[in-house]
Write a protein that binds this ligand. Sequence first.
Ligand SMILES: Cc1cc2nc3c(=O)[nH]c(=O)nc-3n(C[C@H](O)[C@H](O)[C@H](O)COP(=O)(O)OP(=O)(O)OC[C@H]3O[C@@H](n4cnc5c(N)ncnc54)[C@H](O)[C@@H]3O)c2cc1C
Length: 395
Amino acid sequence: MSTDLQTIHAALSRLLERRHPDSLSTVLGAGSDDLAAGCRYLERLVEGGWMVPTWPARFGGRDADADEAARIDAALGDYETADLYPYGVGLNLVGPVLLDQGSVDQQDRWLRAIADGSEIWCQMFSEPDAGSDLANAGMRAERDGDEWVLNGSKVWTSRGAYAHWGMCLARTDVSVAKHRGLTMFAVDMRDPGVEVRPLEQINGDRHFTEVFVTDVRVPDTDRIGDLGAGWGITVETLAHERVTIGGRAFGGGDSEDVGLPSWLEEWRASGWLGDPVARQAAMRAFVLYRVNQMTVARVAASADGSAPGPEGSAAKLRSVAAFKERAYLGKALAGAAGMLSETAGHLEFLTAPSMSIRGGTDEVQRNIVGERMLGLLGEPRVDKDVPFSDLRKSR
Ligand SMILES: Cc1cc2nc3c(=O)[nH]c(=O)nc-3n(C[C@H](O)[C@H](O)[C@H](O)COP(=O)(O)OP(=O)(O)OC[C@H]3O[C@@H](n4cnc5c(N)ncnc54)[C@H](O)[C@@H]3O)c2cc1C
């Protein structure tokens, strides 16, 4: 039976503190990486299945339907939260993909550990030669008996510094067209053949990495999905990522929340909105914020339990536009004081440019919306049917 809001609140209030009005409803994670706090939070929520309500109870969920999950998600926003960023790939990307494509053994081994925060995952897709053109990934996986031997490098791997597992896209067949020769694997990041080098970001994030993989042996039982099915799994994973970036974790969320967001209250309290030009700009930021909330709610309402489609790209575009507008305007309104790093919103200001790149760039999202939602002409794809081994490469 679907749990009502009152029961949800009664249960959550026994586990979590009510959110202080000044606390963030979500923590972006940038710069903090408080792994222990996030893990404690997940441990508290896992027994009732509150964090991943739609997952089966045996994996740390509560077999909830979409309506119940939406009520729980909204209710969680009323309680103090922790930095869940380190756990985001596992909870929002790998978990749903394993439920859809993983073997029974993989689901048993990995899902509960994702839900209770004991194992962290990272996403090893991008490479120096494969970003927007991800199907160009060149990491090799060669079969040797019951194992695969992986060699190559990945880059822009968020959470690589502390992840236990990497969901890794690799090429298993160079003789077929690039989209068809890819397979997905789970790589144990603790393997001695995995070298993780940090890449510090402008916002202070130090979990960002490049990863070098040398002769890493992966058992065939850690192959996720069918041989050659890696591209489909990649697209499915990215759709989950885009819906996530569009959602509450990044400031989107409940369409019924018609009150002023805390950042706008702060701008008003600071006296900045007395100026008509500033007020007009602030209203533009507020409209983008509300449009984002409504887009997220529309995407959630259209969810039928299957993997999200191109609507995730539309949600991500809205979310990024709202985030950047708010971050840049907040900095501008603060004037000279905004140059001080401790000014409110400074972290968001430094994080904002990356929002248009992570999870696929704005340009790529617009291509997806244009082609798959609006039915516009596709881009010319001259290498679509050329075997990967015949493609021109930069190295
Ligand atoms: C903060 C952050 C976190 C990230 N985390 C991860 C992660 O955890 N795992 C992971 O695998 N990757 C991660 N990435 C990588 C990210 O997915 C890529 O950076 C992104 O897909 C763009 O690829 P690229 O950097 O190679 O740029 P390119 O693909 O080289 O693009 C360069 C420019 O060309 C434009 N462009 C390219 N192709 C087209 C086209 N067809 N039409 C129009 N314009 C085009 C792009 O929009 C961009 O402006 C992260 C990136 C950032 C910034």
